[in-house]
Design a protein around this ligand. Structure first.
Ligand code: PMP
Length: 384
């Protein structure tokens, strides 16, 4: 070590010195305090082909046109993708009437959320979210040594005033999921605009619209209209839900030009593969498949909620492709026991105790036979 290096630079704090003196490499402070994201299960012990209703995927599969495009892209496996994702960028811009250069494409919304956190958060900053917020926001923020401030969600709904109470001088990002996962509730356009108007202009409002295509309520917005003009609103969308392309990992964000420019500087240059780009372009054009997917959810979501309600299992009103169901806390009838009971019948659902909802399970809307099997199994469970 050189003489100058042996002096403590003012920027090296105590923990950095401790890490330098450690006998083995240590992750930076905070990393080991992060609880990893737990995806919905996909296996059930002793069941060869279980039905997966734990990941909010599209139960109808993917658009046949997207599959064809994916297969056709196999001819280009040896070349790097266009780093701009030009074909998809232009297709999204045309479809939603957006400015192409304000789009950021990502390896799923997941990557974009990480990029947003990395772009705006430094140690000691914070993000603000609802108490049942999607886990990825907090993981990305903590990885930047930022704090996570969560506002209560009475009746599983975002309350704009309670969110605003959490905002302070170190808040850089406010996350809203619309409709929300795992609750399924949505924030109205009026409320979203009120939130944006009340935030300091230095704070970015991120609207995660992963499930927006499943909500047709006239008071709903995915936030894109607000994002067209506001200087601090970023909206994210995904191809994993209504388009049924979760395996391919494609998401996008629409941001004010200076923010898109900043995020794009740290985006891995080839983060969306050629097969993913081609399939996403085809999926976007397949409006029949999108309409079919929406119609399926609109048919079975109310049916499932009503049937489960009849069993004494109330569902939170959902605007997404899943329902959140409450179980009694009495032994023998709990959500954890219901999850195991369903798994034994080959029906995999999502326990959400990690979201602070130990009495609930989240069930993705399935095919007719899946939904009927769920209701039948839970009727048996409640009658035990
Ligand atoms: N946001 C929410 C609210 C989600 O539920 C999910 C997927 N579970 C994502 C983002 C991630 O989407 P993607 O597959 O595009 O990474």
């Amino acid at each position: 070590m050189s003489e100058t290096m042996s002096e403590t630079p003012p920027s090296l704090d105590r923990s950095a010195l401790d890490r330098s003196a450690a006998a083995r490499p240590l992750p930076k402070p905070g990393i080991l305090d992060i609880t990893p994201y737990r995806p919905g299960k996909s296996t059930a012990v002793g069941i060869a082909h279980p039905v997966k209703l734990s990941g909010n995927e599209n139960i109808l599969g993917a658009s046949p046109r997207a599959r064809d495009a994916y297969v056709e892209a196999a001819g280009q496996l040896n070349i790097y993708p266009d780093g701009r994702g030009g074909v998809l960028r232009d297709a999204i811009a045309r479809r939603y009437d957006l400015e192409p250069e304000r789009l950021v494409l990502g390896c799923g919304t997941d990557e974009i959320l990480h990029l947003i956190n990395q772009t705006f958060l430094e140690p000691g900053d914070n993000i603000v979210q609802g108490q049942y917020a999607f886990g990825a926001y907090g993981i990305g923020a903590r990885a930047c040594q930022a704090d996570v401030r969560s506002a209560p969600e009475p009746h599983h709904r975002i309350d704009v005033d309670l969110l605003l109470e959490q905002v302070d001088a170190r808040t850089r990002l406010v996350f809203i999921t619309n409709p929300a996962n795992p609750t399924g509730t949505f924030t109205t356009e009026t409320e979203l605009r009120r939130l944006q108007a009340a935030l300091p202009p230095s704070v970015v409002l991120v609207v995660d619209a992963a499930y927006s295509e499943f909500c047709t309520d006239p008071t709903f917005t995915d936030g894109l209209d607000l994002a067209r003009t506001a200087e601090n609103v970023i909206v994210t969308h995904t191809f994993s839900k209504i388009h049924g392309l979760a395996a391919l990992r494609v998401g996008w964000a629409y941001a004010p030009a200076p923010l898109a420019d900043a995020i794009d500087r740290i985006r891995p240059p080839f983060n969306v593969s050629i097969p993913a780009l081609c399939a996403a372009v085809a999926a976007l054009a397949d409006e029949d498949f999108q309409a079919l997917s929406l119609a399926h959810v609109e048919q079975w979501r109310p049916w499932l909620a009503q049937q489960l309600g009849g069993l004494g299992l109330p569902a939170t009103p959902s605007a997404a492709n899943f329902v959140l169901v409450r179980f009694p806390s009495t032994a023998g009838r709990t959500a954890a026991e219901a999850e195991a009971f369903l798994a034994a019948r080959g029906l995999i659902v999502r326990g959400v105790s990690n979201y602070g909802l130990p009495d609930h399970i989240r069930i993705t809307i399935g095919l007719e036979e899946h939904n009927r099997a769920i209701v039948e199994a839970l009727a048996d469970f409640m009658a035990r």
